[in-house]
Design a protein around this ligand. Structure first.
Ligand code: FA5
Length: 344
């Protein structure tokens, strides 16, 4: 019997050398340690041996059984470890995947730039309602119901015809100038404020006109404010915004809430004033409207007539962004086209 067990051990050691797969080891376990295995049959016969033989063969048989078991288990673990390592293998030299990060919309970038420049010049930032009364959008800033200037801005009306007839209409604001009187009713001069925001006009769209766009209103009021102050602030602002020295040109114009009123141009950001296709060969680009606040507007806000002077100024955010980034169609901003927005 001793010889038989030794032979089994020998055979096992030969066979296990040739195994490479987990399945082969499992089969080997069945073959050498299974219920019907030769080894198991031998062990069953141990009880029929004499006490001396039992003492000699018993421990040896147990040792062989343990050895077979341990070798098979160790083989299985080794194969499994190798498989896991294969699965979890990471090529640390492989190029990384680019993580896409969200970023600001070009209009938000420009709005933040503008706010930064104005706040360094001591301006506060005010907010105004996008849905507002016709009173603040028109009447309060010297544009009464029958004023022809109302036709200059095609309006989206929210309220019913009957309310409009009573002068109690609600509008989507057509300009950030709606903030002027609301702000002045709550604040006493001197102050400098900007009011950025969305405005709406019932207009057909084209490459330079949107129905929904953004304006910036600037309002500076005090005891001794003049057009010269406006010129200085406008020149400083545009030079900082475009990162180069620009000139400002005023042209007489008409807005009911300012007197005198003007439109203002900046020297062409593309050609520097020599004349090119961007500025239609004029050397100048129109950017907004401005003027000295009309005393009627001060009076409506509750200020004593003639006590203060101030300038108001409004310009379009998209138009500035278009100039800065050389964008040729205003409709791209709200197109939702990521090929456009991801460039910023
Ligand atoms: C006004 O809206 C006046 N409230 C500006 C103002 C404020 C004048 C304070 C005097 C004192 P205007 O309608 O011209 O003015 O518009 C001002 C700017 O908004 C324009 O110069 C232009 O930059 C921009 N803008 C006007 N209409 C559109 C449009 N449909 N699409 C995109 N930008 C526009």
């Amino acid at each position: 019997m001793l010889e038989k067990i030794k032979k089994i051990k020998e055979n096992f050691l030969e066979e296990i050398k040739k195994t490479t797969q987990e399945k082969e080891l499992v089969d080997l376990r069945v073959k050498y340690l299974g219920k019907k295995s030769e080894f198991n049959q031998l062990l069953k016969n141990l009880k029929n041996l004499s006490p001396e033989e039992k003492r000699e063969i018993g421990p040896f048989a147990n040792e062989v059984k343990k050895e077979i078991y341990t070798k098979i288990e160790a083989g299985i673990t080794k194969i499994e470890d190798a498989e896991n390592t294969e699965k979890e293998w990471i090529d640390v030299t492989a190029p990384g995947k680019k993580i896409r990060q969200g970023h600001l919309h070009p209009l938000s970038i420009v709005q933040r730039d503008i706010e930064d420049i104005f706040t360094t010049m001591g301006f506060e930032i005010a907010d105004g309602p996008e849905v507002d009364s016709e009173y603040y959008n028109f009447d309060a800033i010297n544009i009464p119901a029958d004023h022809p200037a109302r036709d200059m801005q095609d309006t989206f009306w929210i309220s019913k015809e009957a309310d409009r007839k009573k002068g109690e209409g609600i509008v989507l604001r057509t300009q950030t100038s709606n903030v002027q009187v609301q702000y002045m009713q709550k604040h006493k001069p001197p102050f400098r404020v900007i009011a950025p925001g969305r405005v709406f006009r019932s207009e057909a769209t084209d490459a330079s006109h949107e129905h929904t766009f953004h304006q910036f209103e600037a309002l500076v009021v005090g005891d001794n404010v003049s057009v010269a102050n406006f010129l200085y602030i406008a020149e400083t602002f545009f030079s900082k915004f475009f990162g180069k020295k620009l000139k400002i040109r005023l042209r007489p114009s008409y807005f009911p809430f300012v007197e005198p009123g003007f439109e203002f141009d900046i020297s062409c950001t593309n050609c520097g004033g020599k004349g090119c296709s961007t500025c239609s060969q004029t050397g100048w680009i129109e950017v907004g409207g401005a003027g000295m606040v009309h005393q009627n507007v001060f009076e409506t806000a509750g200020y004593e007539r003639g006590k203060y002077q101030g300038f108001a100024w409004g310009f379009g955010l998209e138009r500035l962004a278009m100039m800065k980034y050389k964008i040729n169609d205003i409709r791209l901003f709200h197109s939702g086209d990521v090929r456009f927005t991801k460039q910023f």
